[in-house]
Design a protein around this ligand. Structure first.
Ligand code: 26W
Length: 840
């Protein structure tokens, strides 16, 4: 029921701006707000409150200030039914801890620090206390979060739609050098950032069968009779932009049983059965799949995908029809939906189903609306990561959608045959159904046919996507393709995480740069100022000390902040080649063992990252990193000149203190394998120099910062392909290169694995005889390049100049630029200011 207030009653409500305890941004208002929440929400006196009480109270105080903007932003949207809104559909959002980032975006970081200090509480302690929502695996999920930050900052109306997993990515511990996975319990102390909206729940159907019937009008229609219904309950987290009034929403769906308790079963004593339905329904949003890069055809995963997509599309339709007074035929005018990889690709069939079955549109109209709504971003070239679902499984779970996909396919292939008569091979390749043996639904093909735009995430990636994965699609729909190079938010990954550098930069070029990152170019002339360079180094030194303290706490390992911090943090994967990094470390080790007085540059090697629980080779690499650490760290002959650290449980929070402390960023994937990378941008933005291959966004980073400020090594993607075609023989390289042989023999010797001399044998044999990621081919080039790194490190002033130039030239890698590209090339949306009469 909607209620209308009469004018007199409405006038009684104090204007929002008078309620300063809810909205005030000064230390005094914040102090009172925190005290209020402590007392009335947590039921605590300041004197007896726990750190968690304070964390929650401060967070609620901040949330009030977010929702003030959130409510306003929603009003503006309702007043502007003609404005197009972005719906970013993603199975993952790795948003990181919220308190610090929100304080930065609101501009009240220092005010809150002062408010809390009156209570004897350190803001840093509260920020450290927050458990981040690990609702993603890696790059793809973190990118979605950076994009939400930029969308709001650019005042583009947008919603993120995803799943509110009860358990996010596992917590990683290291025991005896091995990765152990523990359940992530990010919700256990409460989540102050979200608001559940049970009244906005929607029902999602699964299974059953379809029925055809003739409408009164004579139209043939389809009715889906499901076997199961699950409720999706939205949980909203506000996403405020930086120093603007626009506050968008991240809307995550939790699965809830429609009927939570079966009294009939309970009353006849079948207790287990009475709750069974509840348990199976709610399993859908229980846990994030921890697999990065290789999907398995699991029913639950398809259920998750359909669940959040159906919730999202229903929610969008409802808003369009009710709030915007729209019609189903104009859905695409209101919404631009982006498919973050193929995980939400079933949205194509779901929107078709709603338009056809629920709203009675003709096929052609429904198809036009669907294509105009959807855009598809591809995030990986690895063939094993391209999702397919067995037709049988798909049809069991989504019978109506399978019908629709068949019909899309029938019409589509008819078109292909017209353009390429007689080319049956092409038709088989482009079909939405793979019919080689058992039949599979190809989700990438569904996403391609159902979208008006298809993009890769870096220039090289888009090129390779067009050449290797989707050439048939380029031939037929060249106009659909574009590139949008990834970006990262400078608010979280510089302003929040590197306050020292932020202050130094702002002192010299003003405070506009966080939203105009190109302005960092203003730092270029300062490379000639020795005092500026000295202060630049002092900031880096402080950040390294901060990391050294954390490393000591977490691992017990003592590292020297004066050594070169050489860092590789990212998911552990063979194509990312953490083990190539190890080959370099062991090469240095053997040199020192042969000549203990060799004058080498002291280095601290830092690793971090999770391996998919079922990916044995990746887990063995973690074990090897730790074994190398054990061998070298305590070797008295090495005298601390080489230190190796594996930081457990790398996540967004850890990244925030690791990136600012790096001197050297390792971006050493086999060329052609890393779609973009975004860690590469975060390091460089914080003044690290990069050692990297010509892969993903490294290529564009190098072009921007200048080839003389980037350490390049290794084969190009084309050279890798040629070498593979010629017949690559890693064994020959092993035979010829004595240093490499020495290192591989050492790993295989059992000296690194006293418990089990054969432990690393398969890894070494794999490299010598197969080496699918070309480590041996790139080994010497990498070693030589690392020599250049060391030589430059000894020239402190030149190193500092290059570090400054890296930061100065990172402007294009702001996610603001990426979002502007999407707005212009994919979504056709414009910013909408929060003042209704003044859209900016
Ligand atoms: C379930 C299987 C699965 C899981 C995750 C398949 C594919 C994925 C993702 C596409 C993997 C991913 O995170 N890709 C990364 O996306 C980043 C953002 O575009 C890029 O920067 C990384 O290079 C890419 O590996």
């Amino acid at each position: 029921m909607t209620r209308t207030l009469d004018a007199a009653a409405a006038a009684e409500i104090p204007p929002i701006n008078d309620r300063t305890v809810r909205t005030g941004l000064d230390p005094d208002s914040l102090y009172h707000a925190v005290c209020d929440y402590l007392f009335y929400f947590q039921g605590r006196h300041p004197a007896t409150a726990s750190l968690n009480d304070y964390y929650l109270a401060a967070s609620y105080a901040v949330r009030d200030r977010l929702f003030q903007h959130g409510v306003q932003s929603l009003d503006v949207l309702i007043q502007h039914p003609e404005a197009r809104v972005v719906a970013y559909l993603s199975a993952e959002f790795l948003i990181g801890p919220q308190l610090g980032a929100n304080l930065i975006n609101l501009g009240i970081y220092d005010a809150m620090r002062q408010a809390l200090s009156r209570l004897g509480i350190s803001l840093d302690a509260l920020i450290d206390h927050e458990d981040e929502p690990g609702l993603g695996n890696g790059g793809l999920g973190r990118l979605a979060a950076c994009y939400l930050d930029s969308l709001a900052t650019l005042e583009v109306p947008a919603l993120g739609y995803g799943i509110r997993y009860e358990f996010g990515i596992f917590e990683q511990q290291i025991r005896d050098g091995w990765q152990i996975e523990l359940t992530d319990k990010w919700l256990h102390l409460g989540n102050p950032w979200e608001i559940a909206r049970p009244e906005r729940a929607v029902d999602v159907q699964f299974g059953g069968y379809t029925e055809y019937y003739v409408e009164e009008s004579g139209h043939l229609r389809v009715r889906w009779i499901p076997a199961e219904v699950v409720r999706g309950v939205p949980h909203d987290t506000p996403m405020l932009g930086y120093r603007v009034d626009t506050c968008n929403l991240l809307r995550l769906w939790r699965a809830q049983a429609v009927q939570s308790f079966d009294f009939a079963a309970f009353n006849v004593g079948r207790y287990h059965e009475a709750v069974e339905h509840k348990v199976t329904s709610e399993t859908i949003s229980k846990v994030l799949y921890p697999n990065d890069e290789s999907p398995q055809g699991k029913m639950l995963r398809l259920k998750q995908q359909y669940f959040f997509v159906s919730c999202a599309i229903q929610d969008m339709m409802r808003a369009h029809l009710k709030l915007a007074n729209g019609t189903p035929e104009t859905f695409h005018k209101r919404w631009a939906a982006q498919l973050n990889d193929t995980h939400p690709a079933v949205a194509v069939a779901e929107l078709m189903r709603l338009l056809l079955d629920d709203h009675g549109l003709e096929w052609e109209t429904a198809w036009e609306v669907t294509q105009k709504t959807m855009g598809y971003t591809n995030h990986t070239l690895l063939p094993e990561a391209l999702e397919t679902w067995s037709v049988e499984l798909f049809g069991t779970l989504l019978p109506r959608h399978l019908d629709i996909i068949y019909e899309i396919n029938r019409r589509f292939l008819e078109g292909v045959r017209k353009v390429f008569p007689g080319d049956t091979e092409r038709v088989a390749r482009m079909s939405l159904i793979d019919e080689h043996g058992a039949r599979y639904v190809r989700m990438a093909n569904l996403a391609c046919v159902g979208s008006h735009a298809i993009n890769g995430v870096a220039a090289l990636h888009t090129e390779l996507l067009k050449r290797q994965i989707l050439p048939d699609w380029v031939a037929m729909f060249p106009e659909k393709f574009c590139n949008v190079t990834n970006g990262v938010t400078p608010r979280r990954f510089l302003v929040l995480s590197n306050p020292g550098l932020t202050r130094l930069i702002s002192e010299h070029i003003g405070e506009n740069w966080p939203t105009h990152l190109e302005a960092l170019r203003g730092l270029e002339p300062l490379v000639d100022d020795p005092e500026f360079r000295r202060r630049w180094r002092a900031v880096k030194r402080e950040n390294k000390e901060r990391l050294a303290t954390i490393v000591k706490d977490r691992t017990g390992i003592v590292v020297d902040p004066d050594s070169l911090f050489d860092i590789q943090v990212k998911r552990i994967h063979e194509y990312k080649r953490q083990h190539l990094n190890l080959l370099h470390i062991l090469t240095l080790y053997q040199r020192l063992k042969a000549n203990p007085n060799l004058d080498i540059v002291p280095r601290t090697f830092v690793f971090g990252g999770k391996a998919a629980p079922g990916y044995y080779a990746a887990k063995l690499i973690i074990k090897l990193i730790n074994s190398v650490a054990d061998l070298i760290n305590d070797d008295s002959e090495i005298r601390g000149r080489l230190k190796i650290v594996f930081v457990p449980d790398f996540n967004v929070t850890a990244g925030q203190w690791i990136y600012p402390a790096a001197d050297l960023s390792e971006q050493i994937s086999t060329a052609g394998k890393e779609a973009s990378g975004t860690g590469n941008m975060k390091f460089s933005l914080n003044g690290a120099l990069t050692i990297g291959t010509l892969d993903g966004a490294n290529i564009e980073i190098r072009a921007e910062v200048g080839p003389e400020n980037f350490f390049l090594f290794g084969l190009t993607a084309d050279e890798v392909r040629e070498l593979k075609a010629r017949g690559y023989q890693p064994h020959a390289i092993y035979e010829e290169n004595a240093a490499l042989r020495g290192v591989l023999d050492l790993i295989a010797s059992g000296k690194l694995s006293s418990g089990d001399p054969n432990l690393f044998r398969p890894l070494v044999d794999g490299l010598i005889w197969h080496d699918p990621f070309f480590l041996l081919a790139d080994y010497q080039s990498y070693i030589d390049c690392q020599e250049e790194v060391s030589a430059l490190w000894r020239d402190t002033e030149t190193w500092t100049r290059k570090s400054i130039l890296n930061v100065a030239r990172m402007g294009m890698f702001s996610s603001d630029r990426s979002i502007r590209d999407y707005c212009a090339d994919v979504w056709n949306v414009r910013p909408l200011g929060t003042r209704a009469d003044d859209p900016s």
